[in-house]
Design a protein around this ligand. Structure first.
Ligand code: 13P
Ligand code: SF4
Length: 303
């Protein structure tokens, strides 16, 4: 089937099912192009909370669809590729959380949304890369906060808060693979370019950054900035949207191999099959959902 035919059939089924298609900024170009909404984790969580559609097709990874299911228990949430996971989310388990809660009593636990529903359910509050600093600042009266699972995001937040910040030793292998050497090489090749980095990058990479943003923060910045050239320190899928939104500007990946294989799994055919079969459906057991919802709503309220 041609892409044109796939897109036509997806459109028909989407209307029939009263479905909305959400896609993360790292999805393959053709999937981003058919989405009703593209965005970072925070924007997509918000849209998932607001939608009046009966079916949410989440083109992203498992924890994102799970977040949508937590927020919308009465809707059908489909993840076109059930095997699209997140290596960072898998780095912390409920057993690890039990240990943290035992060791750090009376300490707020701030969990990055890149985590499983069970881990969220054991946390004080969630955060995303777009709001991690402002969420941490809500706990100013505590001498210590604990952040899970991303050590790099935690070290980034620690620069902006007075509290001591302890953290779990998880990381995103895609962002953590970017080194200062990669960045310096690109800076040498493109001396006029501004270097923008994601807070999942290592501290020594963040040190070299002119600006640090979530993926949607990056998109907004490149559109509005007077600069013409950008070295982009995040998953390379975002370059597609950057070129679309700012066609006259130049974008260089900080390193060509910053590719999240899980984010690249979903194809147009997978989206069509999901709408045809209404599978794979993502659900969260009610006892976990209620507690995870508290942590997510705590984050969304007051934003
Ligand atoms: P944001 O899109 O929220 O910045 O997150 C990046 C990411 O790695 C999602 O998995
Ligand atoms: Fe997870 Fe990293 Fe992929 Fe994002 S880019 S989904 S954090 S492995």
């Amino acid at each position: 089937m041609t892409n044109k035919e796939l897109i036509r059939r997806i459109g028909e089924l989407k209307a029939k099912r009263n479905a909305i298609i959400l896609a993360h900024n790292y999805q393959v170009p053709e999937v981003q192009d058919i989405a009703d909404i593209t965005g970072d984790s925070l924007e997509l969580s918000r849209k998932a909370a607001e939608t009046e559609a009966s079916v949410i097709v989440f083109c992203g990874v498992h924890f994102m669809a799970e977040t949508a299911a937590i927020l919308n228990p009465d809707k059908v949430v489909l993840l076109p590729r059930k095997d699209a996971g997140c290596l960072m989310a898998d780095m912390i388990t409920p057993q690890d959380m039990e240990w943290i809660r035992r060791e750090f009593t009376d300490t707020p636990i701030i969990t990055y949304v890149n985590s499983t529903a069970e881990v969220k359910a054991m946390s004080t509050i969630c955060c995303t890369s777009a709001n991690a600093v402002s969420i941490a600042r809500r706990f100013a009266e505590y001498p210590l906060i604990y952040m899970t699972p991303d050590r790099n995001l935690a070290m980034y937040v620690a620069k902006f808060v007075e509290n001591k910040v302890q953290f779990w030793n998880g990381y995103c292998p895609v962002h953590d693979s970017l080194t200062p050497e990669h960045v310096l090489k690109q800076k040498e090749k493109h001396p006029e370019a501004v270097f923008i980095a994601h807070p999942e990058c290592r501290p020594e990479v963040i040190e070299l950054a002119d600006q640090v943003f979530s993926t949607s923060g990056m998109l907004k910045f490149v559109e509005e900035s007077d600069n013409e050239e950008f070295i982009v320190g995040t998953e390379i899928g975002i370059l597609h949207t950057m070129k679309k939104r700012a066609p006259n500007k130049k974008f260089y990946p900080a390193w060509d191999l910053m590719i999240c294989n899980d984010m690249k799994k979903t194809s147009l055919m997978d989206v069509l099959k999901a709408l045809e079969t209404m599978k794979p459906r993502i659900t969260v057991p009610e006892s976990v959902r209620i507690r995870a919802l508290d942590a997510i709503m705590g984050m969304l309220q007051g934003q």
